[in-house]
Design a binder for this molecule. Structure first.
Ligand SMILES: [Zn+2]
Length: 180
């Protein structure tokens, strides 16, 4: 899974929110706005039951992809600059890491069918929008937002890029999910 959309079992965005917030709670992050995504990946690695290998890969070997999650869940590759950038706290790279962990969480060991480029399918049936939504939930839980937030507040609080912060504010406002 790497940029190419696959048809996956349907999930509502509310279901994705519940599963992702369950993950955050399991990692003791329920009351913590900033998700240490690389530490989270390493903790998953440490759990023998859910073991995968996280491998930094040379850009030349990755083609156009920044990350790749093996469909059986045995490994996640991150392009070298993404791997080290995510450890350094760079917002865009943290989102890419969260996106791959999301594929690992909800798209491994399930039936996958490749979506054709001309096939019109709703986002809730496709692997890429599902993984982006899961990654947003992992990094920017709705409960920390208030109506006074601007993009820069979100970037600082959650360690994300301007674009990710802006998309998330749009989504939460449209859904009426900002209560504070
Ligand atoms: Zn992907």
């Amino acid at each position: 899974m790497s940029g190419q959309d696959f048809i996956v079992p349907a999930r509502s965005w509310d279901n994705i929110e519940q599963v992702a917030q369950g993950w955050r709670s399991k990692f003791g992050l329920a009351d913590t706005p900033y998700t240490p995504i690389m530490e989270m990946m390493e903790k998953v690695l440490d759990n023998r039951l859910n073991c995968f290998t996280l491998i930094p890969m040379a850009a030349a070997e990755m083609g156009p992809a920044e990350g790749y999650t093996e469909p059986d869940g045995k490994f996640i590759w991150l392009r070298e600059d993404v791997y080290y950038g995510a450890w350094a706290g760079e917002g865009r790279h943290r989102f890419t890491a969260a996106h791959e962990l999301s594929h690992w969480a909800i798209h491994t060991n399930i039936p996958l069918a490749r979506a054709m480029p001309n096939q019109k399918l709703p986002a809730y049936r496709l692997s890429e929008p599902q993984a982006n939504q899961f990654a947003s939930e992992l990094l920017m839980p709705a409960k920390f937002f208030t109506r006074f937030d601007c993009e820069h507040d979100v970037m600082e609080r959650h360690g994300v890029s301007y674009q990710a912060a802006s998309n998330r504010l749009d989504y939460l406002r449209k859904k009426g999910k900002i209560v504070g």
